[in-house]
Design a protein around this ligand. Structure first.
Ligand SMILES: CC(C)(COP(=O)(O)OP(=O)(O)OC[C@H]1O[C@@H](n2cnc3c(N)ncnc32)[C@H](O)[C@@H]1OP(=O)(O)O)[C@@H](O)C(=O)NCCC(=O)NCCS
Length: 354
């Protein structure tokens, strides 16, 4: 049976670190609240645009798969923070990675975007429409964060992660994928002052607003359901799961999902303390780090599960292949910066005082 398997992986996190102590210095919040409510200790603030982080992560993923730009048939970038609306972030990445005439587009399913892209690219590979895809999750959420709105101002960060998917006839790869949404709940999480309806909002700068408790409640239910469905559809049992790589929005949501699946801590990958919620980038960043740390064994059964604005959710079950080390490496890196995270936030073109 023709399947889509992950053969390359990579990440790009910008260097400027925004700690909880930094936030305490500019906002009415504290490390204790942020840590106990969300599990976040620090996050990154980008000095570059979304597509530049996506390009670096994509270059590492292609090198890890041993591929050239001309080998890629399809590029999908999962993002809700593209550099511009036209061209797509994917168009910049397509150019900068030299992907020839590969099809390219952005997909916005908020924090579930990477799973949506994986599902689209995986299905196109399984159908025989394409042989190889580069799938990137990349976000610059610092553009949508207000330091005057503490409920969401402490949660989000910037970064990118990428995978290469290739066709295989081996008994490995994407075993099941499911994506869902409920538009009736679309107002629970949104970004003000963006898009064609920007004038409707009172806040003049783009700002993530969220009914936190309601989103939390839906996230716990939907992530558990989606992960269990992915396991079942793959013909596996919960005992067969070797690693859960969940969306990193709140450590309490991750813990609840793991408890429901009866998974011990060593089978759950958590890096939210270091990066906060990087939306569509969380899962590919976490996958790259899990591989770097030797947490993924050859043949491992891995479950990805995510939840986000829309509301959207989805999951995928994957049987990892034999190789857990990259075929090659890339020199790709972001340009250096001497600026601190707080300096970068203060430089943003916003009307609010920082
Ligand atoms: C956002 C979230 C961390 C907030 O945690 P919570 O326990 O629900 O907290 P609440 O929003 O009810 O706020 C509790 C109190 O903390 C206060 N508070 C809010 N943000 C704060 C901050 N940054 N620092 C200090 N206090 C804060 C509130 O004002 C409130 O005070 P009050 O009780 O005096 O009114 C949590 O709801 C969450 O993770 N939601 C889901 C996020 C998610 O899944 N997103 C997925 C898609 S991105």
């Amino acid at each position: 049976m023709r399947r889509a398997t992950i053969t390359g992986w990579g990440k790009c996190v910008p260097p400027a670190v925004l700690s909880n102590a930094d936030l305490e210095s500019v906002m009415d919040t504290n490390d204790e609240w942020i840590t106990t409510r969300s599990g976040i200790k620090e996050r990154r603030v980008a000095h570059v645009e979304t597509s530049e982080m996506a390009t670096v992560a994509g270059a590492h993923a292609m090198a890890a798969a041993g591929l050239e730009g001309s080998d890629i048939d399809l590029l999908l970038v999962a993002t809700c923070t593209p550099d511009r609306l036209i061209p797509s972030a994917a168009s910049y990445v397509q150019r900068d990675l030299g992907l020839g005439t590969a099809a390219s587009m952005d997909i916005n399913a908020a924090c579930t975007g990477f799973i949506y892209c994986l599902s689209v690219a995986g299905s196109m590979i399984e159908s025989g429409a394409i042989d190889r895809a580069l799938v990137i999750g990349a976000e610059k959420l610092s553009a949508y964060v207000s330091l005057q709105h503490r409920p969401t101002g402490v949660l989000f960060g910037d970064g990118a992660g990428a995978v290469v998917l290739e066709a295989t006839d081996a008994d490995e790869g994407l075993l099941s994928m499911s994506i869902s949404s409920d538009g009736e709940l679309c107002d629970l999480l949104s970004v003000t002052a963006t898009g064609t309806s920007y004038v409707e909002y009172e806040m003049s700068d783009p700002t993530i607003i969220m009914e936190g408790r309601e989103v939390f409640r839906h996230a716990v239910t939907r992530m558990g359901e989606a992960a269990e469905k992915a396991v079942h559809d793959a013909g596996l049992t919960l005992d067969d799961v070797d690693m859960l790589i969940p969306h990193q929005a709140n450590v309490r949501i991750i813990d609840a999902t793991a408890r429901r699946m009866n998974l011990p801590a060593e089978k759950v990958y958590v890096n939210i303390a270091s990066y906060g919620n990087t939306s569509a980038a969380t899962i590919p960043i976490a996958l790259a780090e899990a591989l770097e740390e030797g947490r993924i064994a050859p043949g491992a059964n891995i479950v990805f599960v995510a939840f986000g604005g829309g509301l959207t959710w989805g999951a995928a079950a994957i049987k990892w292949g034999a190789r857990t080390t990259p075929l090659g490496t890339s020199e790709a890196a972001l340009p250096p910066t001497d600026k601190t995270a707080l300096e970068l936030l203060a430089e943003r073109p916003r009307q609010e005082a920082v």
